[in-house]
Design a protein around this ligand. Sequence first.
Ligand SMILES: [Zn+2]
Length: 321
Amino acid sequence: MGLGLICQNSDVIKLRALAVAATLLAGLAHQASASGFLTSAVEGTRVLTCQRIGTKLGSVRIEDCLTSGARPTGGLSVEGTPLLMREYPPVAGRRPIGRVLLVGGIHGDEYSAVSIVFKWMEILGEYHSGIFHWRVVPLLNPDGLLRSRAQRVNAHGVDLNRNFPSPDWHAATEDYWVRQTSRNPRRYPGTGPLSEPESLWLAAEIARFRPDVVVSVHAPHSVVDYDGPPEPPQRLGSLSLRMLGTYPGSLGRWAGVHMGLPVVTIELPSAGSMPAATEQRTIWVDLVSWLKERLTEQPRPEWTFDAITAGGSAGAGAGSR
Ligand SMILES: [Zn+2]
């Protein structure tokens, strides 16, 4: 690697750090704004986005999306689709034992990983007791899902789960993509860490919310995977723990391994069809009971937000996500 590349990387790193800061500010400004015009514009984009999601997914109706309470955050996809989120805030008189960020649809062709999050939002909408402070993002990659033929990658052709700023991003991501995947277009990591608005928004959201645990839903490997400080859940519903390892640029390697923020990855058995209703509920109940145990009986994870790093390496993996 020549000096030119190192300098270029360091410029890119500075630019991305600025972009993270700008995205953070945009999110805060969006939350703070209360003008009537903006409110109705936000409502319009919420309805439109729900219409598109409800039309695309067999298991989520337009009304389900609308009543989920997921709202535009100010974050936008490459094609300008709002990134929706619902907050289930602390309940008066009860101090939450932890903050949990739940994310579906990082990969646009994993339909079930979006639908099940909407189902869990129905449960939360009815039973949110204030034990946790939740933020739920049902669909991080709307452009991938909402095109006529759904795709894993975003509209730039980037696998968002290879675009997070693990310390080895510059050293390992492209090499891994070329050598290990033979330039598989479904796993293209992008031109730089957080080059994509969707991954950049999620990194900024992690910095804003400072979750104690991140839960990320995928399909179709039918396991529970985990990255971060122990102890992982051994089983959620019929899904058993199998540590698949991480990849350069994956959420698990950046947040879980590098920052020490626990990341639970739920891999549903099928991308195209949902688990049975009882299994959907059992996975949820098991997740909540693991979160209770994890956040009350073990020391709260202490992690340090580090959006942009360069050099070094963090672990190795051999899974297939
Ligand atoms: Zn996936």
